[in-house]
Design a protein around this ligand. Structure first.
Ligand code: PMT
Length: 402
C-alpha cells in the first residue's frame, strides 16, 4: 500500500500517456496523494481534466498562471513529493534530464526533487536502442534514478520490439515494493535528542548555543520514514515534524533533558544524541531580573550532567547509542575520545571549521567514526541526506551485530 505517500506523476508527450489515467487511479486507490505535472505536448495525448478529476488536484503545466500570476513552485513540488514518477518518459525528456536542461515545469521539478525518482521510458524500439538514448539512461541511473524497463511488444509505429511503457499495475508494484523495502527500522524504538538547551540565569536571561535542531529533526524524520517509533526529546526550536510516528517531548534545560532521557531510555533500542546540551548551568540563578547596578558581576557555573555518558554506563547489550561531536580542533582525536568515554557504538563528527557544517545551516559535512576506529568521510550535503548516511551506517551496524 502507498497510504499517506505523496507521489508526483510527470507525464510527457508519448502515446503511452493514455495509460497515465490508470496510473493515477491505481495510485489513489492504493492510498497515495497524487499531483500531476505535464509537459505542454503531453496534453495532446491526454486531457488534463481527466487527470485532475482522478487525482483530485489541479494539473500543473506552466511555470505560472498568466491569468492571475500565481506561481507553480517546482521547488515546493520537489520537496513535497515522497517519490517522483515520470511515466511515460520520452527520449526527449530523458535526454534533458540527463543533461540538466530545465525548459518546462516537469524538468525543473526533476532538478529540485529531493525524493527518489522513477522513470518509465516509452518510445519506438530504434529510439530506445539508440546509443544516445542508452547513454542518457545510464546517466540517469548514475544519478540514483530508478529506471522501470520498458516491455517488448507491438509499438505505436506498428513495429515490434522493446519500447512499450511498462503496464500501470507493474509500475504501481515497483513503487509499493520500494516503500515496503524502506521500512528497515519497522517497530524499532528510537530515542533522539535534538536542539539546544537553555540554562536560566535569571527570570529573563539564559545561557544557550546556536543549535537549530535541524540535524536532530532530520534524523528523527529519516528513522520514522524507515518505520521506527521515534521519541524526540527536543530543546526550544522552531521546526514542525512531518511524520506521525514521531512523538515529541519538549524540554528547556539540560536537567530536564536528562530526566526525560532517563525515564525513557530503558524502552529504547536505539538512542541518538544530536542535541547541543549546554555543558554548564548557573549555580546562583536569580528568580528576579538581575538589576544593572554594578559594572561587573560574576555568574558561577557548574557542569551539567552528561546525558550521553550516563547512558553509556547504563546501556544493555541490546541497546545502541550514537553520539555527535562538534569540534573545532584535533577533530578526529577529540571525537575518538568522546566515542570511548561515552561508550557510543559510533560517533558523528562535524567540525565548525568546515563551511556549511554544524549549527543552523541546512547542510552538514560529517565523518562517522565506528568503534573499530574506521573513519568514513562524507561530502557536504543537506541535513536530510546526512541523516540518510547516518541511518544507513546504523543499519550496517545492526546487521554486523546479528
Ligand atoms: O541543531 P543544528 O543547528 O542542526 O546543529 C547540529 C549540531 C551541530 C548541534 C549537531 O550536528 C551536533 O554536533 N550535536 C552535538 C553537539 C555537541 O554538543 O557536541 P559535544 O561534542 O559537546 O557532545 C558530545 C555528545 O555528547 C553529543 O552527542 C551530545 O549530544 C552529548 N552530550 C553532551 C553534553 C551533555 N551534557 N550531554 C550530552 O548528552
Amino acid at each position: 500500500m502507498l497510504k499517506g505517500k505523496k507521489i508526483l506523476l510527470g507525464i510527457t508527450g508519448s502515446i503511452a500517456a493514455y495509460k497515465s489515467a490508470n496510473i493515477v487511479r491505481l495510485l489513489v486507490t492504493n492510498g497515495a496523494e497524487v499531483k500531476v505535472v505535464m509537459t505542454p505536448l503531453s496534453k495532446e495525448f491526454i486531457g488534463p481534466l481527466s487527470l485532475a478529476t482522478l487525482s483530485k488536484n489541479p494539473i500543473l503545466v506552466d511555470f505560472f498562471n498568466p491569468e492571475n500570476g500565481s506561481w507553480n513552485s517546482h521547488v515546493d513540488l520537489g520537496i513535497w513529493a515522497d517519490a517522483y514518477l515520470i511515466a511515460p518518459a520520452t527520449a526527449n525528456t530523458i535526454g534533458k534530464m540527463a543533461n540538466g536542461i530545465a525548459d518546462n515545469l516537469l524538468l525543473t521539478s526533476y532538478l529540485s526533487a529531493r525524493c527518489p525518482v522513477f522513470v518509465a521510458p516509452a518510445m519506438d524500439l530504434d529510439m530506445y536502442l539508440h546509443p544516445a538514448n542508452q547513454k542518457n539512461i545510464e546517466i540517469l541511473k548514475s544519478y540514483g534514478n530508478f529506471i522501470i524497463e520498458p516491455q517488448s511488444g507491438e509499438l505505436a509505429s506498428g513495429l515490434i520490439g522493446k519500447g512499450r511503457m511498462e503496464e500501470p499495475e507493474a509500475i504501481l508494484k515497483v513503487l509499493i515494493e520500494f516503500f515496503e523495502k524502506k521500512k528497515t527500522l519497522k517497530n524499532k524504538k528510537v530515542l533522539i535528542t535534538a536542539g539546544p538547551t537553555q540554562e536560566k540565569i535569571d527570570s529573563v536571561r539564559y545561557i544557550s548555543n546556536y543549535s537549530s535542531g535541524k540535524m536532530g529533526y532530520a534524523i528523527a524524520e529519516e528513522c520514522a520514514n524507515r518505520g521506527a517509533e521515534v521519541l524526540l526529546i527536543s530543546g526550544p526550536v522552531n521546526i514542525q515534524t512531518k511524520n506521525k510516528n514521531i512523538q515529541i517531548i519538549n524540554i528547556v534545560s539540560a536537567d530536564e533533558m536528562f530526566d526525560i532521557v532517563m525515564q525513557n531510555s530503558k524502552s529504547a533500542e536505539i538512542m541518538i544524541f544530536a542535541a547541543a546540551v549546554a555543558d554548564y548551568k548557573a549555580t546562583n540563578k536569580s528568580d528576579n531580573k538581575i538589576k544593572r547596578e554594578q559594572n561587573n558581576i560574576a555568574i558561577n557555573l557548574e557542569a551539567n550532567k552528561d546525558i550521553a555518558a550516563e547512558i553509556g554506563k547504563l546501556k544493555s547489550k541490546n541497546q545502541i547509542s550514537i553520539g555527535f561531536a562538534l569540534e573545532s580542533e584535533k577533530e578526529i582525536e577529540n571525537a575518538q575520545k568522546k566515542l570511548e568515554k561515552k561508550n557510543f557504538d559510533f560517533i558523528v563528527l562535524n567540525s565548525i571549521k568546515d563551511s556549511g557544517a554544524g549549527f543552523n545551516f541546512d547542510t552538514n559535512k560529517i565523518s562517522i567514526i565506528n568503534n573499530n576506529k574506521e573513519v568514513l568521510e562524507f561530502d557536504l550535503k543537506t541535513k536530510d541526506l546526512v541523516a540518510k548516511d547516518i541511518i544507513d551506517n546504523l543499519e550496517k551496524f545492526i546487521k554486523s551485530k546479528s
